[in-house]
Design a protein around this ligand. Structure first.
Ligand code: SF4
Length: 71
């Protein structure tokens, strides 16, 4: 299982950082760090079980519904 972030939908609210701090962060300018090196959509590496649980929380907390589990 991986997760994907729709970067066009994301508005950098940062709730995902609280839900899954090991997988999401904001950069010095307050932008979702996954924007670096990705455009339009970011897709993660394969998650372990703890990562899947954390991302599930991030999916629930994202106000823009920009995160989804894939694979
Ligand atoms: S919670 Fe959603 S909108 Fe906010 S930074 Fe994370 S992915 Fe973007």
């Amino acid at each position: 299982m991986k997760f994907a972030v729709d970067l066009d939908r994301c508005e950098n609210h940062g709730q995902c950082v609280f839900a899954a701090p090991g997988l999401f962060s904001l950069d010095d300018e307050g932008q979702l760090a996954h924007r670096h090196g990705a455009s339009g959509r970011y897709t993660s590496a394969v998650l372990d079980g703890a990562g899947e649980d954390a991302v599930s929380s991030a999916v629930d907390m994202c106000p823009m519904q920009a995160i989804r589990l894939v694979g």
